[in-house]
Design a protein around this ligand. Structure first.
Ligand code: ZN
Length: 236
């Protein structure tokens, strides 16, 4: 039982920590004219420097104002894997420091600094709202509930393992879209306070593949995300 839970939680943790802003490159037919040249890791790092210098202090201030005892000293960096697909994600280091990582491909794809500032604000918001921990709890609850049901139904060890994997996934995804919208809302505030335009920044979503409203998908439809950003920005 303990091993099963560990497997389920390990499986779910793999995607929990990778809060993915986008996972795939826009397809060739959507952009036949010009594809942004891929920046090197150091070029991407230079492009991000001025944005980081404005967004990080605001994110840190908002984080301290909104949380208690949380490490708010964000480390914002470029993924060392030069050929990683367009993505940005938030993780926490072993010492508890929040880290926001951009791949060079995402930085290359951004049309303006507002887009990069918005992605940064969105990822910082995930940390402030404790989304990694909340998703881990959701995963654990899902694994335990399904595990108990499967055990009660007389499942053997291998079936129980598989059932708990599914339970962890379902549990983790149950609130995932809400977490994304929450991060978009707070990310809009951070972006605005850092002096960038969050509505212009969220136009990034119009160029990435729309996940649509998939059952148990991890991300909400792009139109819903843009609407949330516009609503929030209108009140600022
Ligand atoms: Zn996110």
């Amino acid at each position: 039982m303990r091993r099963s839970l560990l497997i389920a939680l390990t499986a779910s943790f793999a995607f929990l920590t990778a809060c993915t802003t986008t996972t795939t490159t826009p397809t060739a037919q959507s952009a036949p004219q010009k594809k942004a040249p891929l920046l090197s890791v150091s070029q991407a790092s230079s492009r991000l420097a001025s944005i980081k210098a404005r967004v990080e202090p605001v994110a840190e201030r908002e984080c301290k104002a909104r949380t208690k005892g949380m490490n708010c000293d964000f480390l914002i960096q470029i993924d060392k894997k030069a050929d990683a697909p367009p993505n940005a994600y938030q993780t926490v280091s072993k010492s508890g420091r929040p880290m926001i990582t951009f791949t060079a491909a995402l930085v290359s794809d951004a049309r303006n600094n507002d887009e990069l500032a918005f992605v940064m604000g969105h990822e910082a918001a995930h940390h402030m709202m404790g989304h990694i921990g909340r998703q881990q709890n959701d995963a654990m609850a899902g694994a335990v509930i399904v595990g108990i049901l499967a055990a009660a139904a007389g499942a053997d060890a291998s079936v129980l393992d598989a059932a708990m994997d599914v339970g962890a996934t379902v549990g983790a995804r149950a609130y995932s879209k809400n977490y994304e919208l929450e991060a978009d809302r707070l990310g809009t505030i951070v972006t605005h306070r850092a002096g960038y335009n969050p509505v212009r920044g969220a136009e990034y979503f119009t160029r990435i593949p729309d996940p649509g409203n998939q059952f148990l998908g991890t991300h909400p439809p792009n139109s819903q995300r843009i609407a949330v950003v516009k609503q929030t920005a209108a009140k600022l």
